[in-house]
Design a protein around this ligand. Sequence first.
Ligand code: N01
Length: 571
Amino acid sequence: MSPAPDHDAVVIGAGFAGLYMVYRLRQDGFRVLGVEAGDGVGGTWYWNRYPGARCDSESMYYSFSFLPDLEQEWPLEERYPTQPVILRYLQTVAERLDLLKHFVFGARVTSVRFDDQAGHWTVRAGDQLAVTARYVITATGALSAANWPRFPGAGLFEGEQYSTASWPAEPVSLAGQRVGLIGTGSSGVQVLPELARQAQSVTVFQRTAQFVTPARQEPLDPRFVALWKANYQEIRRRTKFTPGGIPIPSPVRSSGELSAAERTALCEEAWRRGGIWFLDGTFSDAVTSQEANAIVAGFVRAKIGEIVTDPATAEKLKPWTHAWGTKRVPVGSDYYETYNRPNVSLVDLRQDPVEEITARGIRTRSGEHPLDVIVYATGFDALTGSIERLRIEGRNGERLEDAWASGPFTYLGLMIPRFPNLFTITGPGSPGVVTNVPVAIEQHVEWIADLLGYAREHGRETIEAEPGAAAEWTAHVQAVANMTLFPTADSWYMGANIPGKPRVFLPYIGGLDVYRHRCDEIAAGGYPGVALSGPAGGLVAVAAPAEVQGTAEAGHDFGLRDRGAGRPVPG
Ligand code: N01
């Protein structure tokens, strides 16, 4: 008989997902170990400490729903929580729940291997850690494997180079510095105004112009906060049944149902309110109809023209390469206004591409831009990168990179055939990254914990997605995306930002409410699509009740056409 593993479960990561997963498994009586590369908790909010880092979800929504005492005590001061506030929140949660003692910090996982004989996993972090566990749960974040493009000559640069995705914890002095910023996604949009306030000059190197929405950051009115807190648990309950994890009404009317004047008024009002109210506040068909999309896109371009005083700069900032919302829409504070400052200039890399990085700056086709500091805000190998870099090997030594060579293959975004007892939180095929993420994380954690409890109750030790169920889910994820304009863009949703990455739509965009319902049905039906095997290795597949079978058919739209599938929301 093989020796018992060191732990029932290893959870990799100590952000929202890792903290809740460790907590929940401990409460359920599992022996659990958390492993985290950083020296503390926080995940995304531990690493992304760049000036201006903030969440695009509003403060009231961006927290756990299962801590009613903390939610009453926690101050809600500004509309959007800043990185230091969120990091402090997660540190407070970890201390309150006494979770720190379950984690090993400063240990970056370097391999995760399934032992077919023993039936358990070995998780290693270099020479620092080697532990065995029956279950492994990745809580590594959808956007945490940083993309640091290799420009020719980057090693020659004599100044400082920083990435927004791993910004130093100690303050970086930019006073008197000539800064180059590469990247104009959400991170670049947030950091630019702060760089411009501090540095002597900022040169922005833009590959793709974005449709940036104004955040409208502001202090929260204490009366509003009091009212919110008085109703917090009821709001949380409703939030769980929304498509994006945010309880605001979705638009009910398509652009075709409105007059031109009504459309403009609607866009103006949504723009005035900012943030999610613009992202999810115009037309029900904004990302499914070319015509509706063109109206929103034209509206934003007109705003850029009104805000940016130099006409040539305004033209470069107007996006024409993709439909509105099909790349994740950045939410910015003074982003376009910052280009009116005399110390900010813009290089359009489509007209004037980078040729090399030199000792003194960045040389584009038109000449050298002398710099003291280069800031990379160049994004992430999204959804798959943080999981694949764990170097996971499943049954018979099969490597996850090979299993996913032509795109990720999952059941519900949570399990992978031939990788038994491995679970992924907010991985590919999950709606996490197109929702207010903590709400999706809670759903994933609870579903996984319930399944582990179910297996234990039934005396089963091995839990594995069936290939047929994974094939149906994977096809369904693509089918829902294909009902929208999303696949038309070169976005990280499509893996298009990473050279060589298969071009498939990565998150599930059918809505968290629909997804939750589907997961609940599966649990209630005894987990169809999941093979449970006993200690002796005999497979025990639990048959699905008739009404559950068939709902995961490829292309089944769960009524999504009527609901306006895939609205762009913060992630
Ligand atoms: O990354 P991005 P991000 N040469 O991939 C450019 C979440 N987030 O870190 O568009 C030149 O969006 C790239 O150009 P292009 C959020 O979900 C949330 O900004 O690929 N440029 C793009 O401009 C977000 O979507 C929050 O042509 C290169 C930029 O770098 C996600 O994280 C805050 C290049 C990367 O933009 C990722 O955002 C921040 C190259 N070789 C992030 N390679 C909040 O909620 C890439 N680029 C607050």
